[in-house]
Design a protein around this ligand. Structure first.
Ligand code: UDP
Ligand code: MN
Length: 806
């Protein structure tokens, strides 16, 4: 009775709550046990994988060290051999960058007898007097000098200053690595992401994407029409750069490596922060909706796992196929024979850093027009480029694909291409009536583009999963950001898809040679950077980037006076940085590119002259006083206006003024501070070793005085123009005597060679203009100067400046 009374009223409620809590607790413990088991087994799995990878890495490194490779090079781990034969082979790409070719893979080059000549990251012509000293790298030889001439040159080897700044530039691509079979996801699984891709998207975007997919003519049947969950919470991990996304700490790597298979929505880890940098756009109110990056990969299903080159794997040939490979090589300067056998929609491994697929991007990203320019591109690579965009871009963001045919000569690029592309409503083809070169071809594409963002791509690329949204997100955050994907390497020999090193950015060395270089370690540490953070990039590689269309036109686009190919990446990069924008490499966006050893198309005029002329235009418009460094690194001949006509620059100079762009000095200090750019080569007192006195300028004439640093009359500069200069006056030979003339960079007779090599005449001052080797000499009898035939041991011909900057 007591008990019954007790259980009446509030007591009954209490008892019920107690029993319910006990049951709940039991359930909870069970769940906890399960999840601990899960976590444990996952941790174990991860450890095993990591250890396995570490071991592989170790053996790879040891192997490479044995082979003597300096840079990270890839070893193909899972090469698929045709005709059931497996050749053990490693592939080396030791140099992949814009203005150069690269050292060749000797094995394959020898095998195919491929003579690739684009590898000229150095200027190719020097003044006809140029002589190469023994210590100069053979690669720095002018291209027009044959090996025979080269040998004879080496005999006379004395002095001249080539100043070719190739020695320090990274000869490597951003370190190319192998795709390991253990890579993040089971490959086959990875490639069939499409089915689950929409599960993690909020219902609105989901529906929208599905509709767009249907409209796009993409095979909807491949997307399982799973019901979206309208109330699904999505991770609030912010896409804002201001919030550090420490990979391991903040964002838990999902248990299942295929992120799309994750069943549970992620818990909010970070709250969205207000965008503080919507520069020039501050009044725009954006919808706050975000979704997880869409890891789309829509393709033919079932994907033929056995297809050649499938999953980005290397393919090797039976020896009887070599002939075919060689025969077709020159069509594209890569393995065209192989490319033609690889499916146009092959899968490639998702090479993004782990957290990328978890990143959030805004629902209302701007749409983009993708612009491919091409001239005589290989059919299969062009198609693979287009398919990779169609298959791996969220359709609602892909406004159109514009193919700009830069007056190609190949028949298959005409009607056959029209017919093929007609099945894709989003693809438009524009045909130029004459050859314009890639710069003006891109402008033709931009002129008709309807998207809010322009995305330029080369016509031999493969966009990877999730490549587009991270780019657009950056522009959404700040319309003056110009994001570039990480450019990965599609091997030109075996067509495998290769990873590159992290933290690489595009840089230049003198004379405006593009290259890759890793961010300094202390910079990475200081900024607490992770491998998925955007990387400030002083110079873009050129071929692949997105830019807000309006901003592109505000910047005045490219200089339309640039011809065919070359230098345009420098031009747009300086323009963007100096006129208020920023260039970034976005590690979560990855696109493979075939780096060719040689341009497979013809240059209407001489290739070398075309590139030099483009670079000179860039130098004249953007480099201010630093243009001396450009000319001074092997381009003196460009100063002679009779030799080269760089065209009219008025518009470009006006544009720079009207945009109120910053100085090149500002660019160097703020964007590329690790660049060494001294304005003069040497400066201070000019000491004569024989006289033990210093050169002085007295009442417009030259004499010798006891050295005195405090006397301005004894201070001279040795400039990039090779002038010995005080104020605007230059030391020059006149008759057999020396005079002071107004400095003029176009006059070769004012130029002196000094310290241009380690040769016996390194300390001498050689008159560049004199037909014989004539040197500046202090007259042992008195204090005058004269010009005498060079003698390497004559100490009256040896000179020393107080400071040498270069
Ligand atoms: N291109 C063009 N017209 C030209 C030269 C190049 O349309 O006169 C195209 C070319 O087909 C390619 C892109 O511009 O899609 C970039 O050229 P390339 O790949 O040769 O440059 P690289 O990658 O070697 O820097
Ligand atoms: Mn290219």
């Amino acid at each position: 009775m007591k008990l019954r009374r007790y259980l009446r009223g509030s007591g009954r409620v209490l008892a019920f709550v107690f029993v319910a809590s006990v049951i709940w607790l039991l359930f909870d413990m069970a769940a906890l046990k399960i999840s601990i088991n899960d976590v444990n087994s996952q941790l174990l799995k991860e450890r095993v994988i990591k250890e396995r990878e570490a071991m592989k890495q170790q053996s790879r490194v040891t192997q490479l060290m044995k082979m003597g490779f300096k840079h990270p090079v890839q070893k193909v781990d899972f090469a698929v051999t045709r005709d059931e034969k497996r050749f053990s082979s490693s592939v080396k790409i030791s140099q992949v960058y814009r203005h150069g070719g690269r050292d060749q893979d000797q094995m394959l080059d020898k095998k195919f007898n491929l003579n690739q000549g684009k590898g000229d990251n150095v200027p190719k012509s020097y003044s006809s007097k140029s002589v190469v000293s023994e210590h100069e790298d053979a690669a720095a030889l002018p291209k027009n000098i044959s090996p025979k001439q080269n040998a004879s040159i080496k005999k006379v080897a004395v002095n001249l200053d080539l100043n070719v700044a190739v020695a320090n530039i990274s000869q490597a691509p951003p370190g190319v690595q192998t795709i390991k079979p253990t890579l993040k996801k089971g490959l086959v699984e990875t490639m069939h992401i499409a089915q689950n891709v929409l599960d993690n998207v909020d219902s609105k975007t989901n529906g929208k994407v599905k509709d767009e997919l249907a409209n796009n003519g993409t095979k909807m049947s491949q997307l399982q029409d799973k019901d979206a969950h309208p109330d699904k919470t999505i991770s609030q991990q912010t896409p804002n750069k201001n919030v550090k996304r420490k990979e391991e700490k903040l964002v838990k790597t999902p248990a299942k490596s295929d992120l799309n298979e994750q069943k549970e929505p992620l818990k909010p880890t970070i709250t969205l922060q207000a965008r503080d940098n919507l520069r020039g756009n501050s009044t725009v109110v954006r919808k706050p909706g975000v979704h997880k990056v869409l890891s789309l990969d829509v393709t033919h299903t079932p994907r033929d796992a056995d297809a050649v080159g499938q999953f980005g794997q290397a393919v090797f040939f039976a020896s009887n196929e070599d002939v075919e490979v060689r025969k077709r090589w020159n069509e594209g300067h890569f393995n065209v024979y192989l490319s033609d056998q690889i499916p146009v929609d092959r899968a490639i491994p998702d090479t993004r850093p782990e957290t990328c697929a978890q990143n959030l991007v805004h629902d209302d990203l701007p749409s983009t027009s993708v612009i491919f320019c091409f001239v005589d591109e290989v059919w299969s690579t062009l198609l693979r480029s287009v398919h990779s965009v169609l298959n791996r871009s969220p359709p609602h963001l892909l406004k159109e694909i514009i193919l700009v045919d830069d007056f190609s000569t190949k028949d298959y690029l005409k009607e056959q291409l029209d017919v093929y592309m007609s099945q894709f409503p989003k693809v438009r083809i524009i045909r130029l009536k004459e050859r314009q070169g890639l710069i003006r071809a891109r402008l033709a594409g931009a002129a008709v583009a309807k998207g809010e963002v322009l995305t330029f791509l080369d016509s031999h690329i493969e966009c990877n999963v999730g490549w587009l949204e991270p780019l657009l997100e950056r522009i959404y955050m700040d319309r003056k950001k110009v994001p570039c994907p990480v450019i990965e390497v599609i091997n030109d020999k075996d067509m495998s898809y290769m990873l590159v090193d992290n933290f690489q950015r595009g840089i230049f060395k003198w004379p405006l040679v593009f290259g890759w270089s890793a961010l300094p370690e202390e910079y990475i540490n200081k900024n607490n950077m992770t491998i998925s953070d955007p990387i400030r990039c002083p110079v873009m590689a050129g071929g692949l980037f997105s830019i807000d269309k309006k901003y592109f036109f505000e910047l005045g686009t490219y200089d339309p006076g640039l011809d065919v190919w070359g230098g345009e990446n420098m031009e747009i990069s300086f323009k963007i940085w100096m006129c208020g924008g920023e260039i970034e490499i976005i590690p979560c966006s990855r696109v493979g590119h075939i780096f060719r050893g040689q341009n497979p198309y013809k240059f209407p005029k001489d290739r070398q002259k075309t590139v030099e002329r483009n670079l000179a235009r860039v130098a004249e418009v953007w480099l201010d006083e630093y243009k001396d460094l450009f000319y001074g690194h092997g381009y003196h001949h460009l100063l002679d206006k009779k030799v080269i006509d760089i065209g009219n620059l008025t518009e470009q100079i006006e544009l720079r003024k009207s945009l109120k762009c910053k100085s090149f000095k500002w660019y160097l200090e703020n964007v590329y501070p690790d660049m060494n750019a001294p304005l003069v080569k040497a400066e201070g007192l000019v000491f004569n070793r024989g006289l033990r006195k210093c050169l002085a300028l007295q009442k417009d004439s030259l004499s010798f005085e006891t050295c005195d640093l405090s006397k301005q009359s004894q201070h001279f500069n040795y400039t990039w123009m090779r002038h010995i200069q005080q104020q605007g006056l230059c030391v020059a030979p006149q008759d057999s005597r020396l005079a002071l003339l107004l400095c003029d960079s176009t006059k070769p007779e004012l130029r002196w060679l000094h310290k241009s090599s380690n040769s016996a005449l390194a300390e001498h001052l050689l008159a560049e203009f004199a037909s014989l080797h004539m040197c500046l000499e202090g007259d042992p009898q008195g204090d005058s100067l004269r010009l005498s035939p060079c003698e390497h041991s004559n100490i009256f011909q040896k000179w020393q400046f107080t400071h040498y900057n270069a």
